[in-house]
Design a protein around this ligand. Structure first.
Ligand SMILES: [Zn+2]
Length: 175
């Protein structure tokens, strides 16, 4: 992913629920008539993930084109972050690369010259997370499948067989 943005970085530090987090805000004054390109990183806090099975690794990276047309701000570009997920099959934790290649947002400009793109970024990244994560998503990893303890249904020749037990029961009745 690209290097951090220069002085045009839209990142502003704000206080939010007691903790200082960085969110992506765009100054309209920064956007020339022909539009602009912004790239940089945001702390993964902006995703507000509350699922213990998802752990973010590193930052949210973005590379977007921003333009203003009429009363709307248009944003298109790419987002990415690496996360650690748990395989629903083998329960192994693995790194999943979340990549949004067609991020887009249209924001109506209702007055303030600061536009916060965080909700759009968060939504698109959350939508890109797999609902049922599998460790072999990269087609290189081989998932070992469900753990053996859940699969121990193989017939043990020494174990009593249900039909044998029934036969035994019938014999007893006949006695
Ligand atoms: Zn697996």
């Amino acid at each position: 992913m690209p290097a951090p943005a220069g002085p045009l970085s839209p990142a502003l530090k704000v206080k939010k629920s007691g903790a200082e987090v960085t969110i992506m805000k765009v100054h309209l004054k920064q956007i020339p008539a022909e539009g602009t390109h912004l790239k940089g990183k945001e702390k993964s806090d902006i995703l507000e993930l509350e699922d213990d099975r998802i752990k973010t690794l590193g930052t949210v990276e973005y590379s977007v084109d921003i333009g203003v047309s009429g009363s709307s701000l248009f944003v298109t570009g790419k987002l990415g972050i690496d996360v650690e997920l748990e395989c629903v099959s083998c329960l192994k934790r693995f790194v999943y690369a979340v990549r949004v290649h067609n991020f887009s947002a249209q924001v109506e400009l209702a007055g303030p010259e600061l536009v916060d793109l965080t909700p759009w970024i968060r939504e698109d990244i959350l939508l890109a997370l797999p609902v049922h994560p599998h460790c072999d998503w990269d087609r290189k990893t081989v998932c070992v499948g469900p753990r053996l303890k859940y699969l121990k249904v193989e017939k043990d020749s020494k174990a009593p067989n249900a039909w044998d037990a029934l036969d035994h029961l019938n014999l007893n009745r006949r006695k």
